[in-house]
Design a protein around this ligand. Structure first.
Ligand SMILES: [Zn+2]
Length: 438
């Protein structure tokens, strides 16, 4: 399922922010990272900072001392602004980052993480310390896990790469090979009845654990030794909405306890990665089919058409390549005062400054505003209720989205008028948004 645009945007913005913070370098040990976990008393944090401030007056280098004391002072002002830490805690990054040969400029970042911080930490270093946040960059996929046979069932979740066992139950079903003699038939019926009861219980446990999460569960992995899992699945002991989420084929694993859950995940890894890629391929194939329609196709591609479709509120699913790194730039002409919009790769933005004005021809355009393109498009998608899907460049189809369509395409809710497009169009998604020199 594609993310809602809001969730996707929040995650993307968080990721880019972390990239930006990670890029800062201090000329010395003068970048301060402070992580405040949710339960922390602000007064304790302030006391700690006052002490650090006093200590830092001992720093030998005059410049470093000045920078560190400025950073702690600035940090105290920021921290004081909080009565208590936000529900997920908060991280501060303050310091003087190196710009050019021997200059530095003050930077301050305040990040409220998408997941609770379990770290209270103060660090002064030549880079900002980001490990606790990096772990949150990718919202982990959530999968349901279930291993079972007639004797035992264990259920859990797979969050990203972490296996969380949640429930375990042993059955009282006697072994099939327990008895012989004339009561064998009756005994057989009895154990089949006991097994049925156990499977009903297993189904109830799965429903109780997985149903409340059905909208975020990517799928359910079902495994176990022998044929019991197939029987359990085929006989419909699971709620039908969960039944549809069970990944096929079922997995053969040797254990039905916590070890079984880990074994299950090990066996499924390749399948899961394949499923993700298959889903991406499927959606790009759908896009291509729509593009190939002579008219009234439900597709838009390239930056200009996607922008138009978004503006018209016609986008159902926005497809963005995870390899896309562009910025939306507004340039102002110092001579005539008119502005020009461009989009350019991240590393080409600076190069736009000083260019020639398309309105009056005078050189010397100044960058007035520069914003992340994907973030802007996500915001537009969110505003029109479109969903967003990041497409990896791992598959041939994903690669095509990036290279042939400029990393942007959309599946539309309804067809919008299509201009006649020259055949070379997909290779040069140009128009007014082109990154070519002005
Ligand atoms: Zn001008």
């Amino acid at each position: 399922m594609p993310d809602s645009a809001d969730a996707a945007l929040a995650r993307y913005a968080f990721q880019r922010k972390i990239e930006e913070i990670a890029a800062a370098r201090g000329r010395a040990t003068e970048l301060i990272s402070l992580y405040v976990s949710p339960g922390k008393q602000i007064s304790d944090v302030m006391a700690y900072l006052r002490n650090e401030y006093a200590q830092s007056s001992n720093i030998k280098s005059r410049t470093t001392r000045k920078n560190v004391m400025w950073a702690i002072d600035s940090l105290m002002n920021r921290v004081r602004g909080f009565k208590e830490p936000p529900s997920n805690g908060v991280a501060f990054f303050v310091g003087s980052k190196a710009v050019g040969a021997d200059k530095s400029e003050p930077v301050t970042f305040i990040v409220e993480p998408p997941e609770p911080l379990n770290t209270y930490l103060y660090r002064c270093d030549s880079t900002f310390f980001l490990d606790p946040l990096l772990a949150m960059v990718h919202e982990p996929d959530l999968w349901g896990l279930m291993v079972m046979d007639r004797a035992e069932v264990t259920l859990g979740f797979l969050r990203g790469k972490r296996v969380d066992p949640m429930r375990n139950r042993q059955s009282l079903v006697p072994s099939k090979h327990g008895r012989g003699g004339q009561s064998a038939h009756r005994f057989e019926r009895m154990i089949e009845h006991a097994a049925h009861e156990f499977f009903v219980k297993c189904g109830e446990m799965a429903n109780e654990l997985f149903l409340p999460k059905k909208d975020v569960l990517k799928g359910i992995l079902l495994g176990g030794p022998g044929a019991t899992k197939e029987y359990f699945f085929k006989e419909g002991y699971l709620h039908y909405e969960l039944q549809q989420k069970v990944v096929q084929p079922l997995f053969d694993v040797g254990y039905t306890d916590e070890h079984g859950l880990k074994e299950l995940v090990g066996k499924a890894t390749e399948t899961l990665h394949g499923l993700e890629l298959t889903e991406e391929k499927r959606i790009i194939q759908k896009l291509l089919t729509e593009i190939r329609r002579a008219e009234l196709g439900l597709a838009a591609y390239g930056e200009r058409d996607v922008r138009e479709a978004l503006a018209a509120g016609a986008v159902d699913t926005l497809l963005v390549s995870d390899g896309l790194r562009r910025r939306d730039v507004t340039l102002r002409c110092p001579a005539c005062g008119k502005t020009t919009e461009r989009s350019a790769p991240d590393d080409a933005v600076e190069g736009l400054a000083g260019g020639r004005c398309p309105h009056c021809g005078v050189a010397g355009l100044a960058i007035e505003r520069s914003a992340d393109l994907v973030e802007e498009l996500y915001a537009k998608a969110a505003a029109s209720g479109a969903s967003v899907r990041m497409i990896s460049t791992e598959s041939e189809e994903g690669e095509m989205l990036l290279k042939a369509f400029g990393g942007l395409a959309a599946i539309l809710r309804y067809p919008i008028g299509r201009r006649l497009q020259p055949a070379a169009r997909p290779e040069t998604p140009g128009g007014p948004w082109s990154a070519s020199p002005i």
